[in-house]
Design a protein around this ligand. Structure first.
Ligand code: HEC
Length: 271
């Protein structure tokens, strides 16, 4: 008898379920708070099986379709916005272009179907179990090869805040000067996604790799073909370098590298 009670406790009953509340904003203005587990009949909960990029296997989640939820919060407005910042409980922010939501399916997940706690047994980048409550944004990676190829990009867990934004607002100091070119605009977005985690321009960005714009821009002192080759395949220039290069799955990769270089060039002081 005692044992049966304990088992029940472990399954669900004894801990109050943490509420799956996400706060939505339009830039600095609060718009709504939504408990994604209790959205009512208009926004039905679905069970979705995805290829989970941290456990590296298929996992089933309960969640609500992201685009329908965003429609219910923002109306049409979010579809014309540039980007969504997805902010975790600890403030960790990933900024994803709205176009990704329009082209692929995602869900705001609040539970797993195979275990009671809302957690992941991560295999990468290291073995650890982490809580992913209140909400985890998951994508259609079991069916959508393009999404699956991008690994954990755009899968924030412990998601607590969603904000409509622009890349210029989300990455202050990194936007190219106006008027830009289409190449530098695309290059800016690529740089924020693939490079700014490690590199800074004028001190804005990551600190793992060298600063690339102060006092001189890297395009001023690297010959163009060597710079392109470096971003394409750093090991082909410097054996054992810690720099990873443009990821293999990036669509139209050579063009993407050229666009990043156009962006870097546009950031040169005195241009
Ligand atoms: C995981 C961190 C990391 C990422 C991501 C990264 N880099 Fe690097 N990068 C480095 C490190 C570390 C070095 C120094 C490597 C060395 O000297 O061997 C470096 C060096 C460079 C250099 C040479 C700078 C100089 O003056 O010598 C350039 C240019 C560069 N990276 C551009 C890029 C671009 C563009 C991207 C995005 C496509 C990128 N990096 C992504 C870590 C990174």
């Amino acid at each position: 008898m005692k044992r049966a009670l304990l088992a029940l406790c472990l399954l669900a009953a004894c801990k109050p379920a943490p509420s799956a509340v996400v706060a939505f904003a339009d830039r600095a203005t609060a718009v709504a708070k939504v408990n994604v587990a209790e959205t009512g009949p208009k926004l039905a909960v679905e069970t979705v099986t995805v290829y989970e990029p941290y456990e590296l296997r298929e996992v089933a989640f309960s969640g609500v379709p992201a685009n329908a939820l965003l429609d219910s919060v923002y109306g049409d407005k979010w579809r014309k916005a540039e980007a969504l910042s997805l902010i975790a409980l600890d403030g960790y922010t990933s900024t994803v272009p709205v176009s990704r939501f329009l082209a692929h399916k995602a869900w705001f997940a609040f539970a797993r179907t195979d275990r009671a706690d809302f957690a992941l047994d991560k295999k990468v980048p290291k073995v650890e179990t982490v809580s992913i409550a209140p909400v985890y944004l998951v994508w259609d990676s079991a069916k959508d090869a393009a999404i699956r190829a991008e690994g954990d990009y755009g899968w924030p867990y412990q998601l607590a805040n969603v904000k409509l934004t622009t890349f210029a607002d989300a990455f202050p100091g990194l936007a190219p000067p106006e008027p830009g070119t289409p190449e530098s605009a695309v290059g800016f977005e690529l740089f924020t996604r693939y490079c700014a985690t490690c590199h800074s321009l004028d001190g804005h960005g990551g600190k793992v790799g060298p600063e690339l714009n102060a006092p001189h821009n890297v395009t001023e002192y690297w010959q163009p073909q060597w710079l392109h080759q470096w971003i394409d395949n750093p090991q082909s220039i410097r054996k054992g370098t810690a720099m990873p290069g443009m990821p293999a799955q990036v669509p139209e990769r050579q063009k993407a590298i050229a666009n990043v270089i156009a962006y870097l060039k546009a950031m040169t002081h005195g241009q």
